[in-house]
Write a protein that binds this ligand. Structure first.
Ligand SMILES: Cc1cc2nc3c(=O)[nH]c(=O)nc-3n(C[C@H](O)[C@H](O)[C@H](O)COP(=O)(O)OP(=O)(O)OC[C@H]3O[C@@H](n4cnc5c(N)ncnc54)[C@H](O)[C@@H]3O)c2cc1C
Length: 386
């Protein structure tokens, strides 16, 4: 293999370039990136960048010159044929291909700010000034994080959530426990309130009510960036379909990061993850597969969020869980956690302000641990000893 092309200039694309060199590949690497920015890190966009601090946080630890990567910024791939990536500036031939095109923010009818890119975050941060009336549609991870930064900047923040509680990705009884956090920061959270469309200075609710706003952020989720693969031999079904080796349906083509729908032998189902941890670690396996090695990517899922004065972390998958152990009580100064058990096995864990619990819990899940529920509930007992 002499020519590898990486499509996508996010964390997964950058990590793929690093892994190619780390795993001994000596041929050319061409990276096609739709954005004009050198690949950067996205989690700070809804956190530090909104507080006005950019460079230290978004910069990835990648020495592009040392990796000898031919970086093409502002050059999106537009199509794919066997051995050729198409772009508006001409075809780019490859022997091996990594797809790492991530995801894009979903929009509502009308206008409203999205938050996916550095440009989005910089534009948004300029508007987050004292007294600005901001309406955020969606109390998911990004909505909650932006609400935090905006409230700290003195904005008048309203968050609309269509469901009965924030964080719809989590069980509703957990999301409900975050409701008081909004009031603590003076944020007006309205659950069971669906937005229908966004106008220039207002949000129209499904009920017909019109909410005035100076700024509207639409944070209603993301979808894999795969439109450019339409008509190509790569199978796409809510993401680029890959097996546990991160191989696509096309020989010599792997996919990594937010754009994939990967097969998980661990959970016996296809998973769509939009987590930083997958973009960081998936490329080790995707590149190994591309280079003809035998590697499997099937970790215990992990993500975190810093919101409303708390750090929430999740590990595992609650599929098949039949009981929940509460570790500490919400409001405890030392934090608290929920642990899901399937029979006697620990299968998922959510921690609030207890990072050590999460690390130990994730390790125990990997080991197939069967903790004692009484000890697990006791904050004085480390998770690893429960
Ligand atoms: C605001 C924000 C905050 C987040 N915070 C957290 C967090 O706290 N914790 C957590 O676990 N995760 C978080 N995430 C998720 C995490 O950042 C993503 O999982 C990670 O960035 C995925 O990396 P990726 O490289 O797969 O995709 P992306 O970061 O989306 O990068 C893909 C890149 O490919 C480019 N591209 C798209 N199409 C093409 C094309 N046709 N040709 C060339 N280039 C193309 C895109 O422009 C983009 O630059 C956050 C995400 C966002 C947006």
């Amino acid at each position: 293999m002499k020519r590898v092309v990486v499509v996508g200039g996010g964390l997964a694309g950058a990590r793929s370039a690093q892994e190619l060199r780390a795993q001994g590949y000596e041929g050319t690497i061409t990276l096609l990136a739709a954005e004009e920015h050198v690949p950067y890190d996205r989690p700070p966009l809804s956190k530090e960048v909104l507080r006005g601090s950019q460079d230290d946080h978004v910069q990835l630890d990648v020495d592009w010159r040392d990796l000898e990567v031919d970086l093409h910024l502002g050059r999106p791939a537009t199509g794919l044929r066997e051995g050729v990536v198409e772009t508006a500036e001409g075809d780019v031939p490859y022997d091996g291909l990594v797809l790492a095109t991530g995801a894009h923010a979903l929009r509502l009818k009308g206008s409203g700010f999205p938050l996916r890119t550095l440009d989005d975050a910089l534009t948004l941060s300029v508007h987050l000034t004292e007294g600005t009336k901001l309406v955020i549609v969606g109390a998911g991870w990004i909505g909650a994080e932006v609400a935090t930064g905006a409230a700290q900047a003195g904005c008048d923040v309203t968050v609309l959530e269509a469901g009965p509680a924030p964080l719809q990705a989590l069980p509703v009884e957990v999301g409900q426990l975050t409701i008081p956090w909004y009031a603590d920061l003076g944020i007006d959270l309205r659950v069971n309130t669906a937005a229908k469309s966004v106008q220039r200075k207002a949000v129209v609710l499904e009920s017909g009510e019109k909410l005035a706003a100076e700024l509207v952020l639409v944070a209603v989720g993301a979808a894999p960036e795969t439109a450019w693969l339409k008509g190509s031999p790569v199978t796409v079904d809510h993401g680029v379909v890959v097996d546990e080796h991160l191989a696509t349906s096309m020989p010599g083509v792997v996919a990594v990061g937010d754009c994939v729908a990967r097969w998980s032998p661990r959970y016996d189902m296809r998973l769509r993850m939009e987590h930083w941890d997958d973009a960081l670690h998936g490329p080790t396996v995707g590149v190994a597969t591309l280079l003809g090695k035998d590697a499997v990517y099937d970790p215990i899922p992990y993500f975190w969020s810093d919101q409303l004065g708390h750090t929430i972390q999740w590990a595992g998958f609650a599929k098949g869980a039949d009981s929940v152990v509460r570790r500490g009580e919400p409001g405890d100064a030392d934090g608290w956690a929920f642990c899901w058990l399937a029979g006697t096995r620990l299968v998922a864990m959510l921690t609030v302000d207890r990072p050590r619990d999460l690390v130990q819990g994730r390790r125990r899940m990997t080991d197939g641990a069967e903790p004692d529920p009484t000890r697990l509930a006791d904050l004085a007992v480390p998770v690893k000893s429960a």
